[in-house]
Design a protein around this ligand. Structure first.
Ligand code: KG4
Ligand code: ZN
Length: 340
């Protein structure tokens, strides 16, 4: 089954053709990072305008790269949410148009299901498993007892981890997106600043706004005193606090839910510090760990095409009333005609 998938939830316009949920035939990702860098973050209105300009180009490129025509495509998949509403609408409208013109089924995919299924492009997913979802908009621990079944066991109470990275980066003068820059700097520094380990309790929830504020206050206080900030050390101390709590709660959940498989998903899965610590801990506890390669960690349509194959198996097909949704949890939804 060849699925043509579209992703446009934030600042990447992407189209991919995926065979049977795991084989990548062709993927094109057009990122707007250089445009949003000028503003220090994603500007929603600017993002949607660029999606409009890019969507047909990306679509044509993907088909050309795959050496395929629309006749050979079996279904159209699209991220319907969550994300920036103006950006999502471009992808959803394009997908509905293609499905209508070419008489193909339309498969709605939740963005986080996509991030999780990026792992299917790496290897077969065996269940039960635990997914740690860490991105610019999400920080969640999700238990999966089978394909396309999602039980959230914890999540952030405020900022997402990627969001905290981006804000910390900004206050220490690093360009957008801050995550990769902070990660790189952290590896050159030492953990010398005393920062809190956020929400270090018995729940599986996370909170990153306190840690973010602690960094911001520290920077302002040092500036007022005329002291120089050791950026590498501050990045290292911040990253250690983040990695410590993410790893601690994930390992605890694996134990409590008696799961020996862990997958990591989302943009922050690209973080070197997090990857290293999880690898070390999982090896110790004999947990099978899968982290997608960098290109599948950040937003792309290949992961949407992989998730769509399993969504389709569960009967998740939308009609042309499908609408984009800016918010909404990933949950197991019973078979229905149109997805919400
Ligand atoms: O998954 P993604 O592409 O978009 C969302 O769905 O949110 O994630 C983007 C986020 C940004 O906040 C970015 O700073 C962060 O992932 N990120 C990282 C790294 N690479 C990307 N954060 C920490 N370390 C990294 N190496
Ligand atoms: Zn994402």
């Amino acid at each position: 089954m060849y699925i043509l998938a579209i992703e446009s939830s934030c600042d990447e316009t992407s189209v991919s053709i995926i065979k049977d949920g795991y084989e990548e035939i062709a993927t094109i990702v057009l990122t707007q990072i250089d445009i949003h860098k000028l503003f220090g973050g994603v500007v929603p209105e600017v993002a949607s305008r660029h999606h409009i300009e890019n969507i047909t180009i990306v679509l044509e490129e993907a088909l050309k790269k795959a050496n395929m025509t629309m006749d050979e495509i079996d279904a159209i998949a699209v991220t319907y949410g969550p994300g920036l509403i103006g950006s999502l609408l471009i992808g959803v409208q394009a997908a509905k148009t293609l499905a209508y013109i070419h008489h193909k089924p339309l498969i709605p995919v939740h963005h986080i299901a996509g991030h999780i299924y990026a792992n299917r492009l790496v290897e077969e997913m065996k269940f039960p498993l635990l997914a740690l979802v860490v991105s610019g908009g999400h920080t969640e621990l999700i238990y999966m007892k089978e394909d396309y079944s999602f039980q959230k066991i914890g999540g952030t109470l405020d900022d997402a981890v990627g969001e905290a990275y981006d804000k910390v980066a900004r206050v220490i003068g690093l360009p957008y997106p801050g995550g990769p820059a902070v990660d790189q700097l952290a590896h050159q520094g030492k953990d010398t600043y005393d920062l809190p380990i956020p929400l270090d309790d018995d729940t599986y929830d996370f909170s990153f706004s306190g840690l973010k504020s602690a960094v911001i206050n520290l920077v302002h206080n040092e500036q007022q005193r005329g002291h120089e900030i050791r950026k590498e050390d501050l990045a290292c101390s911040f990253q250690n606090s983040v990695v410590e709590i993410l790893t601690k709660k994930t390992m605890k959940a694996l134990k409590e839910y008696q799961v020996n498989r862990l997958i990591v998903a989302g943009g922050v899965a690209a973080n070197k510090g997090l990857r290293e610590k999880l690898q070390e801990q999982c090896q110790k506890e004999q947990i099978h760990l899968v982290i997608p390669p960098m290109k599948y960690c950040t937003d792309n349509a290949a992961m949407i095409g992989a998730a769509a194959y399993y969504a389709y198996q569960k009967g998740k097909i939308a009609d042309l009333s499908l609408n984009a949704k800016a918010t909404g949890e990933l949950k197991y939804e019973k078979v229905s005609n149109s997805s919400s």
